[in-house]
Design a protein around this ligand. Structure first.
Ligand SMILES: Cc1cc2nc3c(=O)[nH]c(=O)nc-3n(C[C@H](O)[C@H](O)[C@H](O)COP(=O)(O)OP(=O)(O)OC[C@H]3O[C@@H](n4cnc5c(N)ncnc54)[C@H](O)[C@@H]3O)c2cc1C
Length: 365
C-alpha cells in the first residue's frame, strides 16, 4: 500500500458498518464520506426486520441464517447499545398448507421456527381478530431502528479514529488506467489506495462515470408510520401476513412496509398508507385511534438477480463495492467478510457467489 488510506463512499448502514468493522482492525486511515448525513439514504426508511429468507437458494438461505447469528454476536459486541428488539416474528401464508410448507422448509434448513396453533397465537397476540389455524413463529428474528444502529456504529467508528465527512458529495472516482487513485468530492480531491463503494443507488451514477454499467437499479418500496393512543399496545411482535407487514416501534407507533404500486399520483405513498390503514385496524382490537403519521417511498439498491454484489469491481486495482437490497440484515456479516478481503486481500469463499463477475453479459465484470 502507498498511503494506507481507504475511502468509503456512502455512510448508509452498509458503509457505516464497514467503517466500524475496518476500524477495529485497520491501522491506516479510514475516511467515510456521505453527500448528506449518515443513515439518511434508504437506510432510515427500512422496515429493518432481521430475518432469514424463504424460497431462495440453499446457499443464500444459509447466508441469511449466518447473518442473523452475526446480529446476535454484534449485539453482544456493542453491549446492547443497538437496542435490537428480539421479540421474534410471527407470520402466516395464504393457506394452512403453505404455512406448513414454510415451517418445514425452515426447519429442514436448520432454522429454529415454532408452529403456533390458533390458541398459542392468540396468547402471543391477544388483540388479533382474524387468526389462522397455523402460524409460524421465528423466535430468533428481530428488528432494529436502522438510523439508531447506524449512528451507534458511526460513533464507535469515530472513537476508533475513522474520519467522517458528511455533506460531501463524491463526484468522481479517480484512476490512472486501472489503478484507483482516490475520489473527487464537492470539497476537493482525496487520494487513497482503495475506494469502497457503499453508496446504495448512488453507486449507479458513479460507476457510469467510469464507463461501467452496474447491474443494479433503484427499487421502490413504501414505509409507513402510524400513531395511536391505545393505552395497551395491540401489536407485540413483527407480524407478516398476506395482508400486512407491521411491527411496533414504540408504545404508540407502528411501522408498516407496503408494496410500491406505480409513480401515478393516485398510487402515492400516502394513498397506499391510507388504504392499508383499515386493513390493519380490522386485524387488531383496540386499534381505533390508529392514524397515519407519515409515509414515504424508499429506493433500495436492487441487484438484477436480487442477490448481493460484493467484491472487487471489474479489473480496477483498489476499487471494491458492496450493494444489496436486504442490507440491514446482511451488512454485519458481509462487512466482516469484506473487511478481510479489503485489508488483508484474503478471499472469502462465502462471498464468491456474490461477485460482480456473475453478470456475464454486463460490462462490469
Ligand atoms: C420500505 C422498505 C423496507 C425495507 N425493509 C428491510 C428489512 O426489513 N430488512 C432489510 O435488511 N432491509 C430492508 N430494506 C432495505 C434497506 O433499507 C437497504 O437494503 C439498506 O438501507 C441499504 O443500505 P445502504 O447503506 O446500501 O444504502 P443507503 O442507506 O442509501 O446509503 C447510501 C449512502 O450513500 C450516500 N451517497 C450516495 N451517493 C453518494 C455520492 N456520490 N457521494 C457521497 N455519498 C453518496 C447516500 O447519501 C447514502 O447515505 C427496506 C427498504 C425499504 C425502502
Amino acid at each position: 500500500m502507498k498511503n494506507n488510506k481507504i475511502i468509503i463512499v456512502g455512510a448508509g448502514f452498509v458503509g457505516t458498518t464497514l467503517a466500524w468493522c475496518l476500524s477495529n482492525h485497520y491501522k491506516g486511515e479510514i475516511i467515510l464520506i456521505d453527500k448528506g448525513q449518515a443513515g439518511n439514504g434508504v437506510t432510515k426508511q427500512a422496515f429493518a426486520w432481521l430475518n432469514v429468507s424463504y424460497g431462495r437458494s440453499d446457499a443464500y438461505s444459509k447466508l441469511r441464517q449466518q447473518a442473523l447469528n452475526e446480529w446476535h454476536y454484534l449485539d453482544k459486541q456493542t453491549n446492547g447499545k443497538l437496542k435490537i428488539n428480539w421479540s421474534g416474528a410471527i407470520s402466516w401464508q395464504e393457506t394452512e398448507s403453505a404455512t406448513r410448507e414454510f415451517i418445514n422448509v425452515h426447519r429442514e434448513s436448520g432454522f429454529n421456527i415454532k408452529a403456533l396453533t390458533k390458541a398459542e397465537l392468540q396468547a402471543l397476540e391477544p388483540q388479533l381478530t382474524i387468526l389462522p389455524e397455523l402460524a409460524a413463529f421465528a423466535t430468533e428474528e428481530g428488528a432494529v431502528d436502522p438510523l439508531h444502529a447506524t449512528q451507534v456504529l458511526l460513533q464507535e467508528a469515530l472513537n476508533n479514529g475513522v474520519t467522517y465527512l458528511p455533506e460531501t458529495e463524491v463526484t468522481n472516482i479517480n484512476h490512472n488506467g486501472k489503478q484507483i487513485l482516490g475520489v473527487t468530492t464537492s470539497q476537493g480531491i482525496i487520494c487513497a489506495d482503495q475506494v469502497v463503494l457503499t453508496a446504495g443507488v448512488g453507486a449507479i451514477s458513479l460507476m457510469e462515470k467510469l464507463g461501467e454499467q452496474l447491474p443494479l437499479s433503484a427499487s421502490p418500496s413504501v414505509i409507513v408510520q402510524y400513531q395511536h393512543q391505545a393505552v395497551t399496545p395491540f401489536v407485540h411482535h413483527i407480524i407478516s401476513t398476506p395482508d400486512m407487514e407491521v411491527r411496533p416501534i414504540s408504545g404508540t407507533t407502528l411501522l408498516a412496509a407496503e408494496d410500491y404500486l406505480s409513480d401515478r399520483p393516485e398510487h402515492s405513498a400516502t394513498y397506499i398508507a391510507k388504504n392499508a390503514l383499515p386493513v390493519i385496524k380490522r386485524a387488531f382490537i383496540g386499534s381505533d385511534s390508529l392514524c397515519l403519521e407519515n409515509a414515504s417511498v424508499g429506493l433500495r439498491p436492487m441487484p438484477e438477480d436480487e442477490m448481493p454484489i460484493v467484491g472487487k469491481v471489474a479489473d480496477y486495482r483498489g476499487l471494491y463495492m458492496i450493494s444489496m437490497h436486504v442490507a440491514i440484515t446482511l451488512a454485519p456479516l458481509i462487512c466482516r467478510l469484506a473487511q478481510e478481503e479489503i485489508i488483508n486481500d484474503i478471499e472469502q469463499t462465502a462471498l464468491n457467489p456474490y461477485r460482480l463477475t456473475r453478470f456475464a453479459s454486463g460490462s462490469c465484470h
